[in-house]
Design a protein around this ligand. Structure first.
Ligand code: AR6
Length: 175
């Protein structure tokens, strides 16, 4: 049984076995969570990402997949990089967003990570509406077959935290 917790914080300040990065397929950094993780985590993360590009992901990490690197100077053992889908109003890409959470948990299981911190994937630069992003994130984690003990959603601001809290209440067992 996985416990789900919500915190309002900067994910780079979290302590967890694994911290999930909302990356892009280049794995070479960007803005938002990605930029913050590389800034605070230091160059060791980028060095691992470059090695992954050179070995397994010459064409980039496909959307919906996940891969782990060192966490560098972060208070974690691993960073799990996943590539969320860009939101498109006329197309249902929710399976790809769900895949980001499921694949990140699969990688966490492979690593033996007991605690995993997630940002709200795709809800920034990639434009996914927060309410729908929260619904998909919570549903996917709640129904995932994983040995991860604790999943922590780290929400950057109060509106995002409130939206996740409302969705979590809605999906509470017994309701
Ligand atoms: N801690 C927690 N959440 C954060 C932080 C932080 N330090 N910073 C931003 N957020 P985004 P995406 C929230 O844009 O939408 C990058 O350039 C933010 O408010 O980081 O998946 C990548 O390289 C939002 O709710 O990720 C890709 O090119 C959520 O985290 C692209 O952005 C995700 O916002 C990925 O876009």
């Amino acid at each position: 049984m996985t416990t789900i917790r919500l915190v309002r914080s900067d994910i780079t300040r979290e302590r967890a076995d694994a911290i999930v990065n909302a990356a892009n397929s280049s794995l070479l950094g960007g803005g938002g969570v990605d930029g913050a993780i590389h800034r605070r985590g230091g160059p060791a993360i980028l060095a691992d990402c470059r090695a992954l590009r050179a070995s397994r992901y010459g064409r980039g990490l496909p959307t919906g997949q996940a891969v782990a690197t060192t966490a560098g100077d972060l208070d974690a053992t691993w960073v799990i990089h996943t590539v969320g889908p860009v939101y498109a109003a006329g197309e249902d890409r929710s399976a790809l967003l769900a895949s980001c959470y499921r694949e990140s948990l699969r990688v966490a299981d492979e690593l033996g990570a007991g605690t995993v911190a997630f940002p709200a994937i795709s809800t920034g630069v990639y434009g996914w509406p927060m309410d729908d992003g929260a619904r998909i994130a919570l549903e996917t984690v709640r129904t995932a077959d994983t040995r991860v003990r604790e999943v922590r959603f780290v929400l950057f601001d109060e509106p995002a935290h409130a939206i996740f809290a409302a969705r979590l209440d809605e999906s509470a067992p017994g309701d």
